[in-house]
Structures are given as C-alpha cells and as structure tokens.
Write a protein that binds this ligand. Structure first.
Ligand SMILES: Nc1ncnc2c1ncn2[C@@H]1O[C@H](COP(=O)(O)OP(=O)(O)OP(=O)(O)O)[C@@H](O)[C@H]1O
Ligand SMILES: [Mg+2]
Length: 253
C-alpha cells in the first residue's frame, strides 16, 4: 500500500518538489509500429507552482503527464510524486494513490455520457468514499465556479465543447487533489472563460502543498506560469523561469 499522503499528515515547505521524473522512457507498439514517445525525459514540478509544459505536437507531452498522473505504465526511469516513488508500486496501489492525490483533465474530456453533470463531477468524491449527498453538493458548487450553474441536470452530449471542457475541469478539482494535471484545459474556451478557468487553476496551484501542471499550445495562458518546461522529441529541452521565462512569454505575444 502507498504511504498516507493526505495533507494533514505531510507538512512540507512550499519549495519542495511535487513531481520528480527522471530518465523516463516509454515506447508504444512493437516491430515496425514501435514509437518511442519518451526517450529519457527529466521533469520536475514544485509544490505551490503552476507549471506549463509546451512543445510541438507528438513530442511526448501527453505521454509524460499520463505517466506522472499514474494512468500509464512506463518502461524505464524513476517517477516520484510528493515523495512517494511510483516505480515499485503495483498498478492497484498506483490507482489508489491517483484517486486520492491526482486530478486529471484529459485532452479528450472523458465525461460519462449516461450521467448528468452533477453525477459526472461527483465521481472522484464517490470513488474516495464520500457520501452521495455531500458529493453532489460539492459537485454543484464546482459547476457554479466554472460557470455552469443551472446546467447540473444536463448530460455532456447536450453541451458545447467548451462547456464539456469546464465539466472536466470541475471534476478534476472537486476532491481538492494535491496534484492537478491538465492536458490543454483551455483549447475549447473563449478568452474570457479561459482566463476564469486559469484563475481557478492558479488558485489551486498556489495553495500550500499543491501543484498544477498544464500541457498547452495556448500562448494566451503562458503568463500564468511560474515555470515552463519545453519538450522536444521525447525529451525535456529546457526549463524556463525568471528572466528567460519573461522573455519567452513576451516573445509569444
Ligand atoms: N497509445 C499510443 N499508441 C501508439 N503510439 C502512441 C500512443 N500514444 C502516443 N503515441 C505516440 O507517441 C508520440 C508522443 O505522443 P503524445 O500524445 O505524448 O504527444 P503530444 O506531445 O501530447 O502531442 P499533441 O500536442 O499532439 O497532443 C507520438 O508519436 C504518438 O504518435
Ligand atoms: Mg497531447
């Protein structure tokens, strides 16, 4: 079983690492169809940080974050999240760890079509053993915060792409996970809604002992980053902060 990582039992300074992945290798397929998506990627994100991951399509961003989130097995390398090494854990223990500590917004929103919005957003709380009433009331609060109050009983198929994306964001935040991982959270959103969502994610990121990592192609949100990791061809090419980060953000406007 993984160690208990609830915030009450782990008190760490805000500068400590939330994620440390080193030398991560991941290949898909075999023979002629083999693609090496990660070729020894080194990645870290700090507690209290909003961290962006950028890079060309196909460079391995989703693959890296799926490994860190515990949704994908990897071939080589070490992955450590909030001081717990995922390397030695069985799949079932990783799943348990993920349920308690990680919120994941997928590139495809992965909403459950047969459930209404409140039920979709309640899922992480129910999986963590919370009662249905509490879960639904918290889900409704989150739906309001992402601007979907009044739509609680709709189903995902009755919503626009941007609205579905906001449901996915509410679902990723509802159980207040210590690590939130988002794959393109603003791709389907207009500017104003995108900024509202980024404000919500930045607040979650900067709470003590928490961290938000976002994969994005959207230069409109680069200004929110505390640090930016640039990936290229299965590896991390650079990590930007301070002056170089400011220059990068300005160069994309
Ligand atoms: N399930 C899979 N099976 C086979 N190949 C895969 C799979 N997932 C990813 N790949 C390959 O691994 C490489 C990295 O893919 P990944 O999805 O991580 O890229 P990405 O940086 O997220 O791209 P994008 O910006 O387009 O989302 C690509 O060459 C992709 O084709
Ligand atoms: Mg991707």
């Amino acid at each position: 079983m993984p160690a208990d990582l609830s915030p009450t039992t782990v008190a760490r300074p805000a500068t400590e690492l939330a994620v440390r992945a080193s030398g991560v290798v991941k290949a898909f397929g075999v023979g002629d169809a083999r693609t090496v998506a990660l070729k020894g990627a080194d990645f870290s994100a700090r507690q209290g940080e909003l961290h962006l991951v950028v890079g060309p399509s196909g460079c391995g961003k989703t693959t890296l974050l799926s490994v860190v989130a515990g949704t994908l097995d990897w071939d080589e390398g070490r992955v450590d999240v909030f001081g717990t090494s995922l390397d030695g854990l069985k799949r079932s223990a990783i799943t348990d760890f993920r349920r308690r500590n990680v919120g994941f917004i997928f590139q495809q929103f992965n909403l459950i079509p047969t459930l209404n919005l409140t039920e979709n957003v309640s899922v992480p709380l129910l999986l963590n053993g919370r009662g249905r009433k509490v879960a639904e009331s918290k889900a409704q609060e989150l739906l309001k915060r992402v601007g979907l109050g009044g739509k609680e009983t709709k189903r995902p198929t009755q919503l626009s792409g941007g609205q579905q994306q906001r449901v996915a964001i509410a679902r990723a935040l509802v159980h207040e996970p210590r690590l939130v991982i988002c794959d393109e959270p603003t791709s389907a959103l207009d500017s104003e809604t995108g900024h509202q969502i980024m404000d919500l994610l930045a607040t979650a990121a900067r709470a003590p002992g928490r961290c938000v990592v976002i994969v994005t192609h959207d230069p409109r949100i680069y200004g929110y980053a505390d640090r930016i990791t640039q990936m290229e061809d299965g590896r991390v090419r650079a990590v930007l902060e301070g002056e170089p980060l400011q220059r990068f953000v300005q160069s994309t406007h």
